[in-house]
Design a protein around this ligand. Structure first.
Ligand SMILES: Nc1ncnc2c1ncn2[C@@H]1O[C@H](COP(=O)(O)OP(=O)(O)OP(=O)(O)O)[C@@H](O)[C@H]1O
Length: 788
């Protein structure tokens, strides 16, 4: 058995030590951690299952707790194409579990830390990947004698919660994707469920109608888990007697609400509520399978096809993500990848446990899995804590409530002054006083209820109560409708903006492709054409763009309808307010209702402001992205200039006067930018000289370059000076001078580095033997000829 403590840093660095450290903070210290964003790498573990009695030969060996060696000799002998590469192939991962590793070891090193992270408000995912029969379900679910990760994680979660004084709410859901259909494992009778994408900024994926059960104890969740597992689609196949025919996803959400000191600090005695929410996703994938090996027919064959297709989509996402930030990642190809979108690229810590069989008979599957796992090691993304800080919203509400209070005080004073005798009749003065006292108390007792019209209007106590009540109900329902419509409008605007950003991203992919291939791409290109082009990404970008355009059209239509409804609603509200004086017989009552309308107006204005802020935030983000793109382009341009200068120097190509002018202009421009940014107090890091020629500059080289540049500039300005003198008829003997005053003729290139020549007639020195002729420079293009 492998000793957990012997496993070297992966587990410790990522899961165990980091998380234990932060866990100390569950009692408060972690608050300083705030909503820090961390760059996280997807952690990849490999587990090798034991050989079965009927599997004699092995092709896979664990060298240590990070390295696996695959023996490809046999493969090489059979496969002519791979013969050259046959031999032993080494794979290195964050952690490798050999056949003797226990369930506990695997859990400790991969998931224990994630459970603690989730309690602190991070999202985390652990998923098992591998071919059929490689041991995924054993790791994730296990059996009563050897419980797997799901059981251990839930147990651990409740144990930790019970040891802490905070208020935690745990909810869980369990689903399976079977033949591209989603089934609720906690409520299988609900039929197939749909995936929904949030219209808001987050664009979270949710499963409509999925049962979310609030669990209170370990026992309860274990029962739920067992119930779900019994519902899972499991069938015997030739490859595995208990083969899972579906992907199973267990989601556990932990919400922690804790009072934290408000701005005045704990000393002020004021507290506000802070909520942390973390999600743990545990996923047991169905295994990839080869029809030739599984000998599946009919229904099993169809299941296998669905499984393979979704795993292929997952593999494509992994490929694209591991290739760096620029590649298009298509999550839309399967429900599995749509559900895993956040785990792979969003705000989520993710551990992948790849499973392999050591048996020679499964060499090809093991090899594929090992390659996938190695690719997935290249994935990294940003993770941040989900802290829903309510203090900001509270302060917004407070200021509105303060305004309302002032309004109410004014009205109260007015009511006392102007109360007409006729309206009061013979009622007892003391009773009247009590009425106002009731209003007063209501207003003082609950600030937030001031927004709620029910608390403001003392309709029961006002003489014309029935009319007031009816009117109030009408006004309230119109107001509610307005609010609903404004919220919808806000969501639509947010969604339209996100669609716009996404469309821009797709256009970028397309234009990159077009400039690479120097031709336009036709969106009506047929499938076989793009296959011929050998570029799947461009086709995906177009299909994504078509989808976005359809969505944009739909949302624009929805927006117009909502604006129409809102206008109607506002007109109705205005009419109601205008009718008030004729329907009521007391000035005070009119004032009260008009105040009610004012409250509604304020609420409505608040919503409008929130909407505007959302739009501004989007605009800021868009501009930020644009700026980043310009910076990237600038960097590329500078690299190109440097490289070209280097090539020119190496090839002794003379620098034409107009290019020289462009260089000086560039230098001035950079200098001016640097000055203006310096004055604004912003640190500036751009070059204040022309981009360096050498990537890895040697000091001597830099000095030479500087001298050369200065010299050529001097030469150019002297050339212009000479021209000016010529035009004015003055013959002058202007000798080309170096900055130190010596003439060019006598100037010595002590280091042997050649100067940049300024004369167009200058003939470059013959190339030394073996010197490479530089390729033609393609930037910037002189003509752009696009063809289909
Ligand atoms: N590490 C292990 N130790 C002991 N037995 C194991 C181990 N891994 C797998 N097994 C056994 O191998 C068999 C196949 O494992 P399992 O069902 O977990 O594979 P799977 O990858 O989930 O397959 P499928 O994708 O077809 O569902 C089971 O009988 C399981 O108990």
């Amino acid at each position: 058995m492998k000793d957990v403590s012997a496993i070297r840093p992966f587990s410790m660095s990522f899961c165990v030590s980091m998380s234990f450290h932060r866990m100390e903070g569950v009692d408060g210290a972690e608050e300083s951690d705030g909503s820090k964003t961390l760059e996280e790498k997807l952690v990849v573990a490999v587990r090798v299952r034991p050989l079965k009695p009927d599997e004699a030969e092995r092709c896979l060996h664990c060298v240590d707790d990070k390295t696996v060696i695959l023996d490809e000799t046999e493969l090489g002998r059979k496969d002519v194409l791979r013969q050259n590469r046959a031999g032993q192939r080494q794979f290195i991962y964050d952690v490798v579990f050999d056949e003797e590793s226990t369930q506990e070891t695997v859990y400790d090193a991969t998931t224990r830390g994630l459970v603690r992270d989730v309690l602190l408000g991070y999202n985390a995912t652990v998923f098992a990947y591998g071919a059929t029969g490689s041991g995924k379900t054993h790791t994730m679910v296990g059996d009563p004698s050897q419980p797997g990760i799901m059981v251990r994680a839930l147990n651990d979660l409740f144990l930790t919660i019970n040891n802490h004084g905070h208020k935690f709410t745990v909810t869980m859901s369990y689903l399976e994707i079977y033949n591209e259909n989603i089934r609720d494992l906690l409520n299988p009778s609900s039929g197939f469920l749909d995936l929904r994408e949030d219209t808001g900024r987050s664009r979270n994926i949710t499963v409509a109608g999925l049962t979310e059960v609030t669990a209170k104890s370990t026992q309860e969740v274990m029962q739920l888990l067992q119930r779900g597992n019994r519902e899972r689609s499991v069938e015997p196949t030739a490859a595995n007697k208990t083969s899972s025919r579906s992907h199973a996803l267990l989601s556990v959400t932990v919400r922690r609400t804790a009072p934290t000191p408000s701005n005045g600090g704990s000393g002020s005695g004021q507290y506000q509520t802070r909520t942390c929410q973390g999600k743990l996703y545990m996923l047991d994938l169905a295994g990839s399978e080869r029809a030739s090996q599984t000998k599946n027919r009919g229904k099993r064959l169809l299941e296998g096809a669905h499984i393979n297709r979704s795993l292929l989509a997952l593999g494509n996402c992994i490929n694209a993500l591991s290739g760096g930030g620029s590649r298009y990642v298509n999550y839309r190809d399967s429900k599995l990848t749509r559900l895993l979108r956040e785990a792979l690229s969003g705000n989520c810590r993710t551990v992948m446990i790849a499973h392999v069989s050591p048996a020679t008979g499964h060499r090809e599957e093991s090899r594929n899995t090992l390659i996938y796992a190695a690719r997935a090691s290249g994935i990294s993304h940003k993770v941040e804590r989900n802290v829903l800080d309510v203090s900001f919203h509270v302060s917004q509400y407070r200021s509105i409530i303060q305004d309302l209070r002032a309004e109410i005080s004014r009205l109260r004073a007015k009511m006392t002054e102007e109360r007409p005798a006729s309206a009061i009749g013979n009622e007892d003065q003391e009773e009247e006083e009590n009425k106002y006292a009731t209003i007063n108390d209501d207003n003082n007792n609950n600030d937030e209820q001031n927004n709620n019209n029910n608390e403001i209007t003392p309709n029961k106590q006002i003489r014309s109560g029935h009319t007031v009540k009816q009117l109030r109900e009408l006004i309230v329902s119109t107001f509610r409708e307005q609010m609903k419509l404004r919220r919808r409008l806000m969501d639509i605007d947010g969604h339209l903006l996100s669609l716009g950003v996404e469309a821009e991203r797709q256009h970028q992919i397309i234009s990159q492709w077009e400039s690479q291939h120097n031709r336009l791409y036709h969106r009506h290109t047929t499938g076989s054409d793009w296959m011929d082009n050998g570029d799947l990404n461009i086709h995906q970008a177009w299909s994504e763009l078509s989808y976005i355009e359809r969505e944009q059209e739909r949302y624009v239509a929805l927006r117009s309808a909502t604006v129409r409804d809102l206008d109607n609603c506002r007109q109705r509200a205005a009419l109601l307010e205008n009718e008030l004086p004729s329907k009521l017989d007391s000035d005070t009552e009119r004032e009260m209702l008009s105040l009610l309308c004012r409250v509604h107006e304020l609420e409505a204005d608040k919503m409008a402001l929130q909407g505007e802020r959302l739009v501004e935030n989007h605009e800021l983000r868009r501009r930020g992205e644009l700026l980043q793109r310009f910076h990237r382009q600038q960097k590329i341009c500078e690299d190109i200039i440097s490289r070209q200068r280097q090539l020119m120097e190496e090839s002794r190509i003379s620098l034409p006067g107009d290019l020289q002018d462009l260089y000086s202009q560039y230098q001035k421009e950079i200098h001016a930018t640097s000055l203006s940014l310096d004055t604004a107090g912003v640190p500036y890091t751009a070059y204040d000289v022309l981009p360096p020629v050498n990537k890895d500059p040697d000091p001597l080289f830099e000095t030479r370059l500087h001298t050369t540049t200065t010299q050529t500039q001097t030469a150019s300005s002297q050339e212009r000076e000479r021209e000016r003198h010529k035009r004015s008829g003055i013959e002058a003997d202007l000798t080309l001078r170096t900055p130190t005053g010596s003439s060019t003729a006598s100037y010595e290139w002590e280091s042997g580095f050649p100067p940049l020549h300024t004369s167009a007639n200058h003939k470059p020195a013959p190339l030394e033997s073996g010197m490479r002729i530089p390729p033609p420079v393609l930037f910037p293009p002189i003509t752009s000829s696009y063809h289909n």
